[in-house]
Design a protein around this ligand. Structure first.
Ligand code: HEM
Length: 516
C-alpha cells in the first residue's frame, strides 16, 4: 500500500476518533485554544520551548477566570490547558496543586509514560526506565536503580564526585575559555565512572562522543511533534525507504550500542577480576529479589541512568556559571560563606553541604531560575478520569509544566530575578522549594536525585571556592537556552580567573590526589 493511501486511511480513522471524542455525552474538557475540524488544536503545541507558550496560556485563561468556566472549577482556570486532535489528547498542568492532585494523589492513573512510536518502538528506547509504562519491567529496573542510588548507597561515590570536581576546576584553570565543554565532559565522566567504573580516559575515548550524539538525537526525537508518525502511529508500517524509517533504523543502532558496550566491558573486567567499583558491578554481583531477567533489566536500568543523568547535571552547572557572571554580589556571598565555614586550606566536601545554607539556596535558585527539565517528563493516563468537573480521557499525555511553577508570581520578588535569598528562610512557604518539583513527582520521581544533588553541589561549590567569574569585557553575555526536553545554556562567554595564586596551587595539588 502506498504511503499516501496509508496516510489517507489514518486521517479517516483519526477523524472518527476525534468525532467520537467530541460526542462523549457528558464530557467537559479542560479549556484550551480554539480548535479546527480533525486537527483540533493539537498543532498549536509548540515542538520547541513549549513551556513558554504553555505558561502564557495560564495567564490568558487565568484572566478569563470566572467568565468562561464559572460552572466548572473556576479557581483552576489556567492551571489546566487541554489540546486535542488527530486522535491525541494533551493536558498541560500549570500549577503545583494540579500536579500534586493528579500525579501524586492519583498515581495509579498518572504514572504511565506516553508511547513514542518512533523513539520508543522503532528505535527500541521504550525498554528503558524513563519510557517504560508503570509495569513489571519498570518496577524491576526501578528496584535496581534504588538499590544503587539510595541516600545511603550514593555515599560510596562521594570521593569520585569530589575528585572529578577538582579535575574540572584544574581544567578550567588551564583552559578557562573552554569551560563549557569541560563542564559537559565532567558530567558525562561522572555518570560513566559511577555507573560502569570507566576511567576518565576510557570514558572519553570510547564512549562519550557516541553517548553525546545519541542523547542529542533522543532529545530532538522526543520533542512533541518531532515525527508525524508519533501522532499517526499507523505510519510505522510505511516502507523502509521513507526518511523517518531510515532515521529510526540509525537511531536503533545508536541506542543499542549505548546500552550494550559498557555493560559488556564491565562483564569482561569482572571475569578478569579487574572491575573497579561501579553501580553495574554492584548490581551484577548482588542478589536483588523480584527481578526476572536480571541482565536485561541491568542493561536498560544502567543505560537509563547515563541518558537521564548527564545532560540534566551539566545543564544546572552551566546555568549556575552563567548566573554567577551576571550576579557578582551573589557569587561573593557564596565565596564568603565557603571561606568562613570550610576555611581556606581545603576545598569543600560533600559532607559540608548542610553547613553551607547560602550555597544551597543559591543552587535552589539556579534550579528555579531555569529548570533543566522545564516540562519535566510527560506522563500518560491509564484510564478515564474526572478532575474538578473536567473529563480527562484515557491515553491523555500529561505535561507537568514546572516552568509555570518556577515563574509563579509572589508579592516579594520578581520571578525572573535571581534571588537565592528567597530560599534562606525555610519557614516561608510562599516559595516552593525547587527540589520538590525539579526532580519530578510521585512514583516516578527521579531515582538519581540524591546523586544529582551531591554532584551539582560539589561541582558548583568547588568552582565558586576557587574562581571569580565575570562578564566578558566589551562583550554582551547572550542569555539563550536550548529548547529541547533538557534545556541548557547555549554556548556563552565569560571570564573565569582564580581568586588568588594560592587558590590556583590548591586546585593543582588536590587534582593530583585524584584516584580516577
Ligand atoms: C540536576 C539533575 C537532575 C534533574 C533536574 C533530574 C530531573 C528528573 C525529572 C524531572 C524526572 C522525571 C520524573 C517524573 O516523571 O516525575 C527524572 C527522571 C529520571 N531521572 Fe533524573 N534528574 C537529574 C539527574 C539524574 C541523575 C544523575 C540520574 C541517574 C544517576 C537520573 C536518573 C533518572 C531516571 C532513570 C529517571 C526516570 C525515572 C522513571 O521514569 O521512573 N536523573 N529526572
Amino acid at each position: 500500500m502506498s504511503l499516501q493511501l496509508w496516510a489517507g486511511c489514518a486521517v479517516i480513522l483519526l477523524a472518527l476518533a476525534s468525532y467520537r471524542l467530541r460526542r462523549r455525552p457528558t464530557a467537559i474538557f479542560p479549556p484550551g485554544p480554539p480548535s479546527k475540524p480533525v486537527v483540533g488544536n493539537i498543532l498549536d503545541v509548540s515542538p520547541k520551548a513549549g513551556w513558554i507558550k504553555f505558561t502564557k496560556y495560564k495567564d490568558i485563561y487565568g484572566e478569563f477566570k470566572g467568565l468562561l468556566w464559572l460552572s466548572v472549577a473556576d479557581h483552576l482556570a489556567g492551571d489546566l490547558v487541554f489540546f486535542h486532535g488527530l486522535g491525541n489528547n494533551l493536558l498541560v498542568l500549570n500549577s503545583m496543586k494540579a500536579v500534586q492532585d493528579l500525579l501524586e494523589k492519583r498515581a495509579d492513573i498518572y504514572s504511565d509514560r506516553p508511547a513514542f512510536t518512533v523513539v520508543g518502538e522503532l528505535m527500541g528506547l521504550g525498554q528503558s526506565m524513563p519510557l517504560l509504562n508503570y509495569n513489571e519491567e519498570w518496577r524491576a529496573q526501578r528496584k535496581l536503580a534504588h538499590h544503587a542510588l539510595s541516600p545511603r548507597a550514593v555515599k560510596q561515590y562521594h570521593v569520585v564526585q569530589e575528585d572529578l570536581a577538582a579535575l574540572l576546576s584544574k581544567q578550567i584553570l588551564e583552559d578557562p575559555e573552554d569551560f563549557f565543554s569541560h563542564v559537559r565532559l565532567t558530567a558525562s565522566r561522572l555518570i560513566l565512572s559511577i555507573t560502569y567504573g570507566l576511567s576518565v580516559e576510557q570514558a572519553e575515548d570510547e564512549y562519550i562522543t557516541h553517548a553525546e550524539d545519541t542523547m542529542h538525537m533522543i532529545s530532538n526525537a522526543t520533542l512533541p511533534g518531532a515525527f508525524v508518525c508519533d501522532l499517526i502511529p499507523i505510519l510505522k508500517y510505511s516502507p523502509s525507504w521513507v526518511p523517518f524509517q531510515k532515521e529510526a533504523h540509525a537511531g536503533r543502532e545508536m541506542i543499542e550500542r549505548l546500552v550494550t558496550r559498557p555493560l559488556e566491558h564491565v562483564k569482561k573486567e569482572m571475569h578478569a577480576g579487574t572491575a573497579p567499583v561501579s553501580l553495574t558491578r554492584d548490581l551484577l554481583s548482588s542478589e536483588v529479589q523480584g527481578v526476572n531477567d536480571k541482565e536485561h533489566s541491568i542493561k536498560w536500568s544502567a543505560g537509563s541512568l547515563y541518558g537521564a543523568g548527564g545532560e540534566t547535571t551539566y545543564a544546572t552547572v552551566l546555568t549556575c556559571i552563567m548566573l554567577m557572571a551576571m550576579h557578582p554580589d551573589k557569587l561573593k556571598k557564596a565565596q564568603d560563606e565557603i571561606d568562613h565555614v570550610v576555611g581556606v586550606d581545603r576545598l569543600p566536601l560533600i559532607s559540608d553541604r548542610e553547613s553551607l545554607p547560602y550555597v544551597e539556596a543559591l543552587i535552589k535558585e539556579v534550579m528555579r531560575w531555569h529548570p533543566a527539565l522545564p516540562l519535566s517528563i510527560a506522563r500518560c493516563t491509564a484510564k478515564d478520569d474526572t478532575y474538578e468537573g473536567y473529563t480527562i480521557p484515557k491515553g491523555t499525555i500529561v505535561m507537568p509544566n514546572v516552568w509555570a511553577i518556577a515563574m509563579e508570581r509572589t508579592d516579594q520578588y520578581d520571578p525572573t530575578a535571581f534571588v537565592p535569598e528567597r530560599f534562606l528562610n525555610k519557614k516561608d512557604d510562599r516559595f516552593v522549594d525547587p527540589t520538590l518539583w525539579a526532580f519530578g513527582f510521585g512514583r516516578r520521581v527521579c531515582p538519581g536525585r540524591y546523586l544529582a544533588e551531591n554532584s551539582v553541589f560539589i561541582l558548583i561549590s568547588t568552582i565558586v571556592a576557587i574562581f571569580d567569574i565575570s562578564l566578558p569585557e566589551n562583550e554582551e553575555l547572550i542569555v539563550e537556552f536550548s529548547k529541547g526536553l533538557v534545556s541548557y545554556p547555549e554556548p556563552f562567554k565569560c571570564c573565569i580567573t582564580p581568586r588568588s595564586a594560592s587558590k590556583a596551587s590548591q586546585i593543582i595539588w588536590r587534582a593530583a590526589q585524584s584516584t580516577i
